[in-house]
Design a protein around this ligand. Structure first.
Ligand SMILES: Cc1cc2nc3c(=O)[nH]c(=O)nc-3n(C[C@H](O)[C@H](O)[C@H](O)COP(=O)(O)OP(=O)(O)OC[C@H]3O[C@@H](n4cnc5c(N)ncnc54)[C@H](O)[C@@H]3O)c2cc1C
Length: 451
């Protein structure tokens, strides 16, 4: 493609800003990033409280966040945040140690069986499911893998593996098929409580591409990255470094693609581009763009989670001494309950605590926001850490995905086949997974494949 190609990128979250970085590094400097909000970072959102930043959105990374590391290197920053730690409570607020055999002598056989199954899954992923962890979903439903290896060098890899079709199954069924049901006790912590839905509804592909074996072990061993100034700082730093900074407060009301050009109406003015990269939720693309029938059909299949975050103050005597996971509340029956609450800094009680709850499951009615909020505040009381005030709250459009039937029938391959068709490229969470690194990695790959 001509290096002077005029490219419009919609969205200044990790996907859009990293697309700008990778384009620039490849010699494309004629790009514009349009952002609707008055700030960059998207779901990496780190407001201030008493002189420090806390996280309303993304919190942490792991050492295999290679694309995020590219950004850090480009910007000269590093993951310099507080070291995370956590404990567990049951739904009545009692502190428990579910993985400690000494504290649970009756559970020793269960814990030993679980350990065996974790080992078994690790072996299966390396052999039977070779290629499972490649970024994105190209070919999976056809029993193929194609993309870049999850290594610092990200070498291109491809191959045929019929077993990969199993990844379209809901994760519960995938575990049953492989006799590894007990591993869910480990995987659920960084999965469901992080807002990515329930194991009876979500295809295994999403679970295992995000929580590949290595990443899960990093969670188990609390080998995690955080950023002192918040995850938003990563993307603010990138925006500052890019030749073309994101244009904030951009209200896109119309997009027309005709005669090999893309006409974007932004804040009432028409701008003309050669190519479009959409990192904003594709589900809403037809609301403002001349979406074609195939785009409308595929994008209407996308579902998403309602992931609610509260930032609360507590009285000093009610402040938790550490973050807590509440496994009992990570099942569909306990929809709308507090699944995890997070204390970011170890050295102070003068900070907010953030709480996390899901209020939607494929098979049940969505719980209204206010009811979920009340339930979470009640749960905090039960946990012995009542809130004295809510200082911030957000219900996120979260983790766009498709369900098993659409996954198995090749949704991803069909959307991938549309890349570039209408001078339009699709990136962002739905194309890979809803975390900072997978979205940035996907943008890298998109630039390498098409530009
Ligand atoms: C509570 C929470 C916790 C999380 N924890 C983690 C974590 O610990 N680790 C991790 O890696 N990830 C985490 N994530 C997920 C991570 O933040 C997202 O997956 C990532 O930000 C996705 O990047 P993106 O650019 O695809 O989308 P987004 O971050 O959603 O950015 C999209 C951007 O597009 C803009 N936009 C949307 N529509 C339009 C439009 N029409 N016109 C112009 N602009 C538009 C939005 O304003 C936004 O800035 C978390 C997210 C949340 C909410």
């Amino acid at each position: 493609m001509d290096k002077n190609t005029k490219i419009c990128i919609i969205g200044a979250g990790p996907a859009g800003l990293s697309a700008g970085m990778y384009l620039e590094q490849k010699g494309y400097e004629n790009y514009t990033i349009l952002e609707r909000n008055d700030h960059v970072g998207g779901k990496c959102h780190s407001p201030h409280y008493n002189g420090r930043r806390y996280e309303m959105g993304a919190i942490m990374g792991v050492p295999s966040y290679y694309a995020v590391h590219d950004v850090e290197e480009f910007c000269g920053i590093t993951h310099d945040g507080p070291k995370l730690n956590r404990n567990y409570k049951d739904r009545s607020g009692k502190v428990i140690e579910p993985f400690n055999p000494k504290k649970n002598p009756l559970r020793i056989p269960h814990l030993m069986a679980m350990r065996k199954q974790v080992k078994k899954l690790g072996e299966l992923l390396e052999t039977k499911y070779k290629g499972y962890d490649i970024n994105g979903h190209r070919g999976v439903a056809q029993g193929r893998y194609e993309g870049f290896a999850v290594t610092p060098g990200r070498e291109p890899v491809s191959g045929v593996n019929e077993n990969l079709k199993d990844l379209a199954l809901p994760f519960n069924e995938f575990c049953e098929l492989n006799g590894v049901e007990l591993i869910r006790d480990i995987w659920i912590g960084p999965y469901t409580s992080f807002g990515y839905g329930y194991f009876d509804e979500i295809p295994a592909a999403y679970v295992l591409k995000y929580l590949d074996f290595q990443t899960t072990m990093n969670f188990v061993n609390i080998n995690l990255w955080t950023w002192k100034e918040g995850t938003q700082f990563i993307w603010e730093s990138l925006d500052a470094k890019l030749k073309n900074h994101a244009r904030l407060n951009s209200d896109i009301t119309k997009i027309e693609r005709t005669d090999g050009k893309v006409f974007v109406t932004v804040n009432g003015e028409v701008e003309v581009y050669d190519k479009l990269i959409v990192t904003a939720p594709l589900q809403f693309f037809p609301d403002y763009a001349d979406a074609r029938e195939d785009e409308k059909e595929f994008f209407s299949k996308i579902d998403y989670e309602r992931y609610d975050v509260l930032a609360v103050e507590t009285k000093p005597e009610d402040h938790p001494e550490i973050s807590y996971y509440v496994f009992d509340n990570m099942t569909p029956e306990r929809l709308g309950h507090l699944m995890v609450y997070y204390r970011r800094w170890r050295d102070s009680k003068d900070q907010v605590i953030t709480t996390y709850a899901l209020r939607k499951h494929k098979n049940t009615a969505e719980i209204p926001y206010d009811i979920c909020k009340k339930t979470v505040l009640d749960d905090l009381k039960t946990m012995g850490n009542p809130a004295s005030a809510v200082v911030n709250e957000q219900s996120w459009y979260y983790f766009p995905h498709v369900f098993s039937e659409d996954y198995a029938s090749g949704w991803y391959d069909r959307v991938e086949a549309m890349q570039g068709k209408y001078d339009t490229f699709y990136a962002g969470e739905i194309m890979s997974f809803g975390d900072m690194d997978e979205t940035a990695e996907y943008s890298k790959e998109l630039v390498e494949r098409f530009f």
